[in-house]
Design a protein around this ligand. Structure first.
Ligand code: NAD
Length: 467
């Protein structure tokens, strides 16, 4: 179908939006789409609009753009709705985390076994989950045939929530599976077959062979016996695919953890900064330590400033390929302006759906028997070939050890978090905390809840009232 209408909610997330929009420019069958940008931050979304228009012109694409002020305005008439919004922004995450820390919960109460990613809150993110449901219900009402593509975290809880509470067509996407490339590079293999499976931020390398079918786990096993943990030196806080934790997880669970799965280990690796540094490497101790996360948030703030500057320069007549900062953002811009696709799956997925071109994707959808011994009513992350609206899911075998020691406890946490959210039941949150290794007394739990949850509830209400 020509002239798709695709809306991006949270479009002010400039890095993400520019990747998506440049992909639309590069995929010729979609380069006449109408892109609707929606964000509560007017400055950010207007900056993105300036960049987007220039980008379309640069590629000779025929994209058209509009800004929508409301969710309804964005959704109505859309064929696809992409959600990358983060209710409350990084300020809310920091606030929640600091209240948790004040009451003795290092890195906040959302930091739990198998869930340490710092912008993946599931116990206090009632505003974000309210936003997910709000967008989904707006789609149900005003664009019931539209696809909802979820990029915003938490993808596991969000996909499960929307897919069980509404009847819309939905997929959750993450780019975590690219971790396989780092592992392959390390092993010195350039051509290989791979498959991952599990839940979002909890995926495992279920197949890894050469093109001829030789099992590359033989190579992993050889290295695992001799790997020297003390030699691991990460290049940035997110460089953890080959960290000591990844190798330990491989030895414990029997398959290699991929992408952010490495961050989602247990308290053994996260107890305090010293422990994190030991396992995720110096100096940051991984992305989710107080140092690693600060590094990330500072980078994001820098990006927002640069985008602001770029928009001003473009408005004054500078061409997009002449923009320069002398920072790593120049490399990012160069990539956007190259012919290569961004690696985000959204636009190739839309292309496969719309043009009946088969494509292989890693998708988050309700399990319904796809991974054995895992609940049916929870979202799993799995490889599938998509052609039109048909999904062909790959048979994925996740060993019992991973199912019982990793996936089931992580899924249980997701279900408990969703139960507390859907019933707005603070007592359930208190009960989760009573089982938390950081809790010393019920009084500690009560004090924390009475300071934190009025804020959580108020912020969720604000989203409910948003148009
Ligand atoms: P951010 O805060 O910089 O950007 C999010 C945007 O959402 C902002 O422009 C903000 O104004 C907007 N927003 C906030 N509340 C809104 C509302 N109620 N309605 C409309 N827009 C609203 O955050 P970020 O760091 O860019 O992350 C965005 C999301 O993407 C997060 O949930 C993050 O965890 C997720 N993420 C996902 C992946 C993935 O592969 N799935 C990768 C990285 C980040």
């Amino acid at each position: 179908k020509a002239g798709l209408r695709v809306s991006i909610i949270g479009a002010g997330s400039a890095v993400f939006s520019m990747k998506i929009i440049s992909d639309f420019c590069k995929v010729s069958s979609l380069s006449d789409s109408n892109i609707v940008l929606m964000d509560i931050d007017k400055t950010r979304v207007e900056n993105v609009l300036v960049l987007a228009k220039e980008l379309s012109q640069y590629f000779g694409a025929k994209l058209t753009f509009e800004i929508a002020d409301t969710i309804k305005g964005a959704v109505e008439g859309s064929d696809f709705v992409i959600n990358t919004a983060m209710a409350g922004g990084h300020g809310y995450l920091d606030l929640v985390r600091s209240i948790g820390e004040k009451h003795g919960y290092y890195r906040g109460i959302d930091a739990q076994n198998y869930n340490f990613v710092s912008d993946y809150l599931n116990l206090t993110n009632w505003n974000q989950m309210t936003l997910f449901l709000k967008i989904a219900r707006t789609i149900e009402k005003y664009a019931p045939e539209a696809w909802y593509l979820q990029a915003a975290n938490p993808v596991l809880e969000g996909t499960t929530l929307v897919s069980t509470q509404t009847g819309i067509k939905m997929v959750g996407f993450c780019h975590g599976h690219y971790g396989v490339e780092a592992l392959a590079k390390f092993l010195g293999v350039s051509e290989y077959e791979w498959q991952v499976g599990g839940v979002n931020h909890g995926i495992w390398l279920t197949k890894f062979t050469t093109k001829e079918g030789k099992n590359l786990y033989e190579e992993i096993e050889k290295v695992a016996q001799n790997v020297k943990y003390e030699e691991f030196k990460p290049s940035n806080p997110f460089d953890d695919q080959l960290s000591p934790v990844a190798w330990e997880m491989y030895k414990m669970y029997g398959l290699f953890p991929v992408g952010d799965t490495v961050r989602n280990s247990t308290w053994k690796y996260h107890r305090n900064l010293e422990t994190k540094i030991k396992w995720y490497g110096a100096p940051w101790g991984g992305a989710d330590s107080e140092i690693g996360w600060k590094w990330y948030v500072e980078q994001l703030a820098q990006v927002v400033n640069v985008i602001d500057m770029f928009a001003k320069m473009l408005r004054s007549g500078v061409k997009i390929n002449e923009l320069k900062t002398g920072t790593p953002i120049d490399d990012y811009l160069k990539e956007i302006l190259s012919e290569k696709l961004s690696g985000e799956q959204h636009v190739p997925f839309i292309n496969s759906v719309v043009t009946n071109t088969p494509g292989r994707f890693v998708v988050n959808v309700l399990n319904n028997g796809k991974i054995k011994n895992v609940d049916n009513d929870v979202a799993v992350e799995i490889c599938a070939t998509v052609c039109g609206e048909k999904f062909e899911f790959e048979e994925t075998h996740v060993p019992e050890r991973i199912v019982n020691w990793y996936l089931k406890p992580r899924i249980l946490l997701a279900k408990q978090a969703l139960d507390a959210f859907l019933n707005k039941n603070v007592k359930l949150i208190a009960d989760i905390l009573e089982r938390d290794p950081r809790t010393k007394s019920s009084e500690q739990v009560e004090k924390l809840i009475s300071e934190l949850y009025p804020i959580v509830i108020k912020k969720a209400k604000e989203i409910e009232e948003q148009e």
